[in-house]
Design a protein. Structure first.
Length: 239
């Protein structure tokens, strides 16, 4: 299954107040795993970037002066996305900005039903715990050393790792179809490749154990849940 992890950076917080997109990045996933393909562009917003926004992502108005306008990149963006589900952290924010840009150009808008919101996923999986991208990266021991500022491409790549963990971790199933050609196989994308290359490409990435202490709220919720489980099968083995 193909999915696209998407992230944006903007001039401010509210498209209804005239704020615009200044960077978009898309990272392709197949069966929840990054394929290495991505789409990325900076965008001239035709207005200034607020000082508060620059402090977050480090992108200045001057840097964007020679960048393409949204109307110049929109067709490439929509072609890359297609009808693929979009994985977004706080989807309402990014979708609001993208649809504001599409509406200006009288393009068909993206629908909320096309998105998977990892913020909602994280809040459901870890109720009461911090659910920002930074917090989730720390929870899953995902390296943040390259993230001095927010950036759409880096954040989309980090979110791809977070999404994989939220879906259960890097346990990818794939099939190799042997061909009549010696030492070659066809991967899930239909590419004929060398078996040694395939083994390296799909080898299971081992990670150290990820111990973390539950928050007080999580512990109390767990205790209440256990107290309600009167007919749980594992209680039969409790001494």
């Amino acid at each position: 299954m193909r999915e696209i992890v998407l992230d944006t950076e903007t001039t401010g917080l509210n498209p209804k107040n005239g704020d615009r997109i200044i960077e978009i990045a898309c990272v392709e996933l197949i069966n929840h795993v990054p394929t290495g393909k991505h789409w990325h562009s900076y965008i001239n917003p035709e207005r200034s970037v607020s000082a508060e926004a620059t402090a977050v992502h480090g992108i200045s108005s001057e840097f964007l002066l020679d960048k393409p306008l949204f109307k110049d990149i929109v067709d490439d963006l929509l072609t890359f996305i297609g009808t693929t589900p979009l994985v977004i952290h706080n989807a309402e924010f990014d979708l609001g900005f993208i649809n504001a840009e599409l509406q200006r150009l009288e393009k068909i808008l993206l629908f909320k039903e096309q998105t998977v919101d990892t913020l909602a996923m994280a809040r459901k999986k870890f109720p009461g715990a911090p659910a920002s991208l930074d917090a989730l990266c720390k929870r899953f021991n995902i390296d943040l050393s390259a993230r001095s500022y927010h950036g759409a491409l880096l954040d989309a790549q980090l979110l791809a790792d977070v999404y994989l963990e939220l879906k259960g971790g890097r346990q990818v199933k794939f099939e190799i179809f042997q061909t009549e050609t010696n030492n070659q196989s066809i991967d899930y994308e239909g590419n004929l490749i060398n078996n040694e290359t395939l083994a390296l490409r799909y080898q299971k990435i081992s990670r150290p154990a990820r111990p973390f202490n539950p928050t007080t709220e999580e512990y109390e919720a767990h205790v209440l849940l256990i107290q309600k489980l009167k007919d749980a099968k594992w209680l039969l083995f409790k001494n």
